[in-house]
Design a protein. Structure first.
Length: 302
C-alpha cells in the first residue's frame, strides 16, 4: 500500500496491535518502545518495519508519527525532549497522538511543534484491547480539518468510527468525558448488582436484563460478563489510568466553572478504592473491592 512513512511510539497493550495493522497494510513503519525487545518482536515478521533507538530517529524516518502512551506527560517528553520528535520530524510532518492525554499538555505540544512547521492531531480511542486487535476502535479527534483529512486513511486502518470534535485538544477532552461517564456507570452498575444479589437475585440474570433495558452499557457487556462473573478480574486496562482520566475530566469541568457533583462524588469513591490497590491493578479490581466492602460476591447461580 503506497502512503506516507509512518512511525509508532508506545507498543503496549494497545500500541502493539495497532502498529501491526499499519505494518500489514504495507506502510514503511519505524517503531520505538522503551522495551526494545517488544519493538523487535513486533518488527521481526515484517520487511517494512524497522526499530529506532529514540523518538528522534522515529521522527527522522517518518512523515506521520503515532503515539500510544500512558499520559500526556510521556507524549510531551517524546515530542519535545532532547531526543524528541521535534528534532527529527521535518516541516510538514505530523504527530498523531492516540493516547489518553491531558488536553493542556496536548495544546502545549501542538504549539511547540507548530513553531517548527509540524502539525498535530489528537485522536484518543475507545474500544480497549479487543478493539485494537480487531481494528474496530472509535477515534475522538481534535485538529485542523486539513490535518484530520490527512490522517483519515491511517485511522481507517485502525477503526471504523471517527468523530472530529474540534481543534487540537478536543479529542482528549472528549476522551476524558467518555471515561468519566464509564467510571460513574461502573460504580452505579456494581451497586445495583450487589444490592440485587444480596436480595436473592442472580447477578448474571440481572446483567442480562440491563443489557436489553435502559440500564444497559458497555460496562455490563464487558466488565461483568467477561471479567467479574468469571472471577478473573483480568481486564487489561488499569484502574490507575481510569483514575487519571477522571481527574482530567474534573479539571476540565473546573476550568469551565461547571458544578458536577455526581462526577465529584464518583472521583471520591474511586480514589478511596484506588489507594488500596496495586499500582498495576486491573480496572476490574474496582468491582472486586466494592464486593469486599459490601460482603457480597457477584457469582452467577448457574
Amino acid at each position: 500500500m503506497a502512503g506516507e512513512r509512518l512511525g509508532f511510539i508506545g507498543l503496549g497493550v494497545m500500541g502493539t496491535p495497532m502498529a501491526g495493522h499499519l505494518a500489514r497494510a504495507g506502510h514503511t513503519l519505524t517503531v520505538f518502545d522503551l522495551n526494545e525487545a517488544t519493538a523487535r518482536k513486533l518488527a521481526a515478521p515484517f520487511n517494512n518495519v524497522s526499530v529506532a533507538r529514540s523518538p528522534l530517529e522515529v521522527g527522522a524516518a517518518s512523515d506521520v508519527v503515532l503515539t500510544m502512551l500512558p499520559s500526556g506527560k510521556e507524549v510531551r517528553d517524546v515530542a519535545l525532549g532532547t531526543d524528541g520528535l521535534l528534532h527529527g520530524l521535518k516541516p510538514g510532518g505530523l504527530l498523531l497522538d492516540t493516547s489518553s492525554s491531558e488536553p493542556w499538555f496536548t495544546k502545549e505540544v501542538a504549539s511547540r511543534l507548530g513553531e517548527s512547521g509540524i502539525a498535530m492531531v489528537d485522536a484518543p480511542v475507545s474500544g480497549a484491547e479487543a478493539g485494537a486487535k480487531a481494528a474496530d476502535l472509535v477515534f475522538m479527534i481534535g485538529g485542523d480539518p486539513a490535518d484530520v483529512a490527512r490522517v483519515a486513511p491511517i485511522l481507517s486502518l485502525l477503526g471504523k468510527r471517527h468523530f472530529h470534535l474540534g481543534p487540537v485538544g478536543s479529542g482528549h477532552v472528549m476522551k476524558s468525558i467518555n471515561n468519566l461517564v464509564t467510571a460513574v456507570t461502573l460504580l452505579a452498575t456494581t451497586e445495583g448488582l450487589l444490592a440485587g444479589t444480596k436480595l436473592g437475585l442472580d447477578p448474571a440474570a440481572m446483567n442480562d436484563v440491563l443489557d436489553v433495558s435502559t440500564g444497559g452499557s458497555w460496562v455490563g457487556n464487558t466488565q461483568f460478563r467477561r471479567h467479574v462473573f468469571s472471577r478473573r478480574y483480568d481486564d487489561q486496562f488499569k484502574a490507575a489510568l481510569m483514575m487519571k482520566d477522571i481527574n482530567i475530566a474534573l479539571r476540565v469541568f473546573g476550568d469551565a466553572l461547571l458544578d458536577t457533583p455526581v462526577s465529584a462524588e464518583a472521583r471520591r469513591v474511586w480514589a478511596s478504592i484506588q489507594q488500596d490497590l496495586r499500582a498495576d491493578a486491573s480496572l476490574s479490581e474496582i468491582i472486586r473491592a466494592l464486593e469486599t466492602r459490601a460482603g457480597v460476591e457477584l457469582k452467577p447461580k448457574t
